[in-house]
Write a protein that binds this ligand. Structure first.
Ligand SMILES: *Cc1c(COP(=O)(O)O)cnc(C)c1O
Length: 435
């Protein structure tokens, strides 16, 4: 069942070599991209299984193909696990990823050009599929964005006033770059008050919710979407949960035949494995350690004089305004840190300078799901903060001339990279938590 790279190497040496290079790259880097993780060997085995050979349009017991003996049982089992883990009575496990899952929910409840979505603005931490003008979600529906206040946090009273005025059809919470706890109870109450469907997109924090390290959207939110490959540590896919049967039926129809054809059963098998893993005491420990590590990393960065948005974090990620901290543009900081073996991404931040644009942002975003999976603890976080600090200290802050190097000292950069790689290589490729 385990992927056999030996035979792959004989049949397709080029792709095999790229896979090997990517594996090696991941293990020698400090991976801080908060939407990434390392899936377990069991999840990866399920992904490479014979279920990839099977077609089965429809839902368990209602298929358009023969030979459904085991994939019906599989999908039913995975649905049951999703419901049990998150406490919702209905689940759809066929959405191919987070973006199609959100599109399925919107299209289940609104006709194109006939509905209003109220969601967080992209540059304050919302997702493209929450109504960005470059996403069809922002082209087919009327979008009313909300944002953070001057303290970089959500103001639920302001959101309620806005919702009362706008009367959206769908009120969305759940973000890609928001470091604080989401008040699902307040969002659910506002949606109810204004007659909107409440949607919690917990893609980033699904693993924290499953592990009890972030409050659950149950029973406050009508519909919940999440990707399974971020903190939940599963395959690249998504799950849609709902509270009411009528919603669940509309969502199932929107996924298939509305938007998709045959389910990806190998992926569904891998979702099942990650849900079983996420239901264990070891995973609860993992989820809490992710948050402990993020808090420790934020504290270590604050100690080094970095401007951490909202002052810290309650979840797995944090944002740093590197222009305020080190007079650096976010993109240059992210590119520089990649050169020394630290992977994170540049990101817009609320309350930034006038210079900030989506492609020219003031911030960097980082998170601890991957490093925690590799066994790093709070004791390792000051070291990572030190690496980041030293890396950025080697980067020129002013405007660079065409073709000018961003580095003040390329030798010091290379020394740092060697140190970072030695540090990262010292941790396990994947570690199940043991109390
Ligand atoms: C990652 C993410 C998505 C999109 O998931 P994809 O699998 O990349 O399509 C949607 N919403 C939120 C909040 C996310 O973080």
């Amino acid at each position: 069942m385990t992927p056999t790279y030996e035979s792959l190497g004989e049949i397709d040496p080029r792709v095999a070599a790229l896979i090997e290079s990517e594996e090696a790259r991941q293990l020698r880097s400090i991976r801080l991209i908060p939407s990434e993780n390392h899936a377990s060997p069991a999840v990866r085995a399920a992904l490479g299984s014979a279920f990839t050979n099977k077609y089965g349009e429809g839902y368990p017991g209602r298929r358009y193909y023969q030979g459904q003996e085991f994939d019906d049982a599989l999908e039913s089992e995975v649905i049951a696990r999703a419901k049990a883990l998150f406490g919702y009575p209905y689940a759809n496990v066929q959405a191919l990823s987070g973006a199609p899952a959100n599109l399925a929910v919107y299209s289940a409840f609104m006709k194109p050009y006939g509905g209003r979505i109220m969601a967080m603005r992209l540059d304050h931490g919302g997702h493209l599929t929450h109504g960005s003008p470059v996403s069809v979600t922002g082209q087919w529906w009327e979008i009313h964005p909300y944002g953070c206040n001057e303290h970089d946090v959500l103001d639920m009273d302001a959101i309620r006033r806005q919702a009362l005025e706008i009367r959206p059809d769908v009120l969305v919470c759940g973000y890609t770059a928001y470091p604080r706890t989401i008040d699902f109870e307040a969002f659910g109450a506002i949606a109810k008050e204004v007659g909107a469907l409440s949607l919690a997109d917990i893609s980033h924090i699904a693993g924290l919710v499953a592990g009890g390290a972030h409050p659950s959207p149950w029973p406050h939110m009508d519909v919940v979407t999440f990707t399974t490959h971020k903190t939940l540590r599963g395959p690249r896919a998504a799950v849609i949960l709902s509270r009411e049967q009528a919603h669940a039926e509309a969502i199932d129809k929107a996924v298939f035949p509305g938007l998709q054809g045959g389910p990806h059963f190998a992926t569904i098998a891998a979702i099942g494995v990650c849900l079983a893993e996420a239901a264990t005491p070891a995973f609860r420990l993992y989820a809490h350690r992710v948050v402990d590590n993020a808090r420790a990393l934020a504290a270590a960065l604050v100690e080094r004089g970095f401007h951490v948005l909202s002052g810290g974090t309650d979840n797995h990620l944090l944002l740093v305004d590197v222009r305020k901290s080190r007079k650096l543009p976010g993109k240059r900081a992210a590119v520089a840190l990649e050169r020394v073996g630290i992977e994170l991404n540049f990101n817009t931040v609320p309350n930034a300078s006038e210079l900030q644009k989506p492609l020219f942002p003031d911030g960097i975003r980082m998170g601890t799901p991957s490093v925690t999976t590799r066994g790093m603890t709070v004791a390792d976080m000051p070291r990572i903060a030190e690496f980041i600090d030293r890396g950025l200290a080697l980067v020129k802050s002013g405007r660079l001339a065409e073709g000018e190097s961003m580095w003040t000292d390329p030798d010091a950069r290379d020394t740092l990279r060697t140190e970072v790689e030695a540090f990262a290589s010292g941790f396990a490729a994947f570690q199940y938590e043991a109390g």
